[in-house]
Design a protein around this ligand. Structure first.
Ligand SMILES: [Zn+2]
Ligand SMILES: [Zn+2]
Length: 146
């Protein structure tokens, strides 16, 4: 009987491990998305609620030329960007006021909500809510460029 329990436990743990290997926890940003060099915490851009760090002041302009390309890379590399939101995009409530904020990852962004119920309206219209995130926005950059 003891042996059987041991086998069950071993099976259970290998299942848990396999699942963990499939979906590793996201890592904090350590490398400049443009150059791949280590980040300098003094050089960053706040873009759509994300604080993105770079290695040197020359790199943010590269990022601004095509942010989606770099966000796709963050997503692929499983990087969790630093989030600078203070309020829930959906309810407008201060984050953390009613317990721990709910966090999701969307197209390379880290997005926070006051509660899991607020994720649903976001998932219905993500672009609308991303445009309300603090920091620089795609549209602003595009109008600057033209
Ligand atoms: Zn650089
Ligand atoms: Zn909420």
């Amino acid at each position: 009987m003891k042996k059987l329990l041991g086998l069950i436990a071993a099976g259970f743990f290998s299942l848990v491990l396999a699942e963990a290997a499939d979906k590793p926890a996201p890592k904090p940003q350590a490398a400049c998305p443009v150059s791949g060099k280590p980040i300098n915490k003094d050089v960053y851009v706040d873009y759509q609620g994300q604080r993105i760090y770079f290695c040197c002041p020359a790199c943010p302009d590269q990022f601004r030329k095509d942010p989606e390309k770099y966000f796709a890379q963050f997503e692929k590399d499983n990087i969790e960007l630093e989030n600078i939101q203070k309020v829930c995009l959906v309810s407008g409530e201060e984050l953390g006021e009613h317990g721990e904020a709910s966090v999701i990852h969307y197209k390379g962004r880290t997005v926070k909500f006051c509660c899991p119920a607020c994720e649903k309206p976001f998932r219905a219209e993500p672009e609308k809510y991303l445009n309300q995130m603090p920091g620089e926005q795609q549209s602003k950059y595009q109008s600057k460029r033209t």
